[in-house]
Design a binder for this molecule. Structure first.
Ligand SMILES: [Zn+2]
Length: 420
């Protein structure tokens, strides 16, 4: 009956359970020593001790020996801006010399330089560049990723980015969860006219996105996200955009409390957003509101690191307040060009004070729920999609302890061994 059995793992990390994990359960890895997982078709058939799982085999079953290794669910990257053209290596070098992110934005650099490059690129060029990034993500064990538009900032280019995401999603092994973030920044042609640009997002872009969705081959729920922060969108503008998106049936995310606390986390709780992301300057009372509303905190330690800053999100406090914590790379050309979820484990454990086990749950099951796909991926349990990693490490702690090298030896995606 099973097509594939991965067996003899030093540790099989299952992370089984219902719903996102929070509080004490956030560190619940569900480990089997000498573990094995049986796969049938695209799905997981059974998990357990090697002897029991091997007994399920028949003459057709293939075996993959994980002796001395850790087997775990594929990583889910809960927050990426992976679809863009060009790079900002020049800006990175300027920033190292002392220019701040907001200064670079005001000088016409920053996000607008990526917007200009993305508007100028063909959809084929954008697809080719995005695919190369996803290939590297897969090597580091990412099997599902959320992916945002937001480098168009006009209706035509935002639709071009959705088209690119849809094409890559249909042809790349990584499962993609698309997010529309037309309100990623106020474009230069609307500088000083944030309300007018908000009108454009609400009255033109969101309806166009709905129309596009009806004709697209992406048959999944879209997310809508807004960058609610100083220099971007205020709470009132963010509320208008997210409320309209919700009326159109989109699920909600929000970039909140990265530079300044405008009340973005409170807005996420008020609108019952699926996630609020960044959260470096969120207050305890707002964490409580997020916990009550079931909003997942997506922490992005690569961004703080990428900016050479020290104000990491207080992951420990979110867990103490009962908020489910997820992780993402924030892969983007300006502040965090990182394609490696193991690197996020390394930083989140050291600077956001997550335990190693909590960080692994954050990078798998909770990231899956933050991306709206927690019922399908993020843990190893019967009936879920067989997205499985074999890591060449003797126990799970090495996944954060060692860093800068790739621990992933093999990737199984939808039941097929696609990297070994
Ligand atoms: Zn972001």
């Amino acid at each position: 009956m099973p097509d594939l059995i991965i067996h003899s793992a030093a540790q099989l990390i299952t992370i089984q359970g219902e719903g996102p994990k929070y509080g004490a359960a956030q560190g619940d890895l569900g480990i089997f020593e000498d573990g094995a997982v049986a796969v049938n078709g695209q799905d997981i058939l059974a998990v357990g001790i090697t002897n029991e799982i091997r007994a399920l085999a028949d003459g057709e079953t293939q075996f993959l020996d994980a002796t001395g290794c850790v087997v775990l669910p594929g990583f889910v990257d809960a927050h990426t801006h992976a679809v863009f053209a060009g790079d900002r290596a020049n800006e990175f070098e300027m920033r190292l010399r002392g220019a701040s992110y907001l200064e670079l934005m005001k000088a016409g650099g920053g996000i607008m330089s990526t917007v200009r490059a993305t508007r100028a690129a063909s959809v084929e060029q954008i697809i080719a560049q995005t695919r190369a990034r996803l290939d590297r993500m897969l090597v580091y064990g990412t099997t599902t990723a959320e992916i945002k538009t937001g480098y168009g900032l006009d209706t035509a280019t935002e639709l071009k980015l959705l088209e690119a995401i849809s094409e890559v999603a249909a042809t790349h092994p990584i499962d993609l969860v698309p997010t529309f973030i037309g309100a990623h920044a106020i474009p230069e042609e609307y500088q000083g006219h944030g309300d007018a640009f908000t009108d454009l997002v609400v009255n033109e872009m969101l309806p166009a996105v709905s129309e596009w969705q009806k004709s697209s081959m992406l048959h999944m729920r879209l997310f809508c996200d807004v960058f609610c922060d100083e220099g971007a969108f205020n709470v009132e503008q963010s509320r208008r955009i997210l409320t309209r998106a919700q009326e159109q049936g989109l699920a909600l995310k929000i970039h909140a409390d990265e530079f300044a606390n405008l009340g973005g986390a409170r807005l996420a709780a008020e609108l019952r957003a699926v996630s609020a992301d960044h959260l470096m300057v969120t207050r305890r009372e707002e964490m409580k509101q997020m916990a009550e509303a079931g909003v997942i905190a997506v922490l992005l330690p690569g961004t703080t690191f990428g900016l050479g800053k020290y104000d990491f999100a207080n992951g420990r406090a979110f867990i103490e307040e009962g908020v489910a914590v997820a992780l993402g790379t924030d892969l983007n050309p300006g502040t965090s060009w990182c394609e490696s979820m193991p690197m996020m484990l390394a930083i989140a454990t050291r600077y956001e004070k997550l335990t190693i086990a909590e960080a692994i749950v954050a990078a798998t099951l909770n990231a899956a729920y933050a991306s709206g796909v927690g019922e399908r991926v993020g843990s190893l349990q019967p009936g879920k999609q067989a997205d499985i990693l074999i890591a060449n490490v003797p126990d799970y702690r090495y996944l954060a302890y060692q860093y800068g090298t790739n621990p992933i030896r093999a990737v199984v995606k939808r039941g097929k061994v696609i990297r070994q």
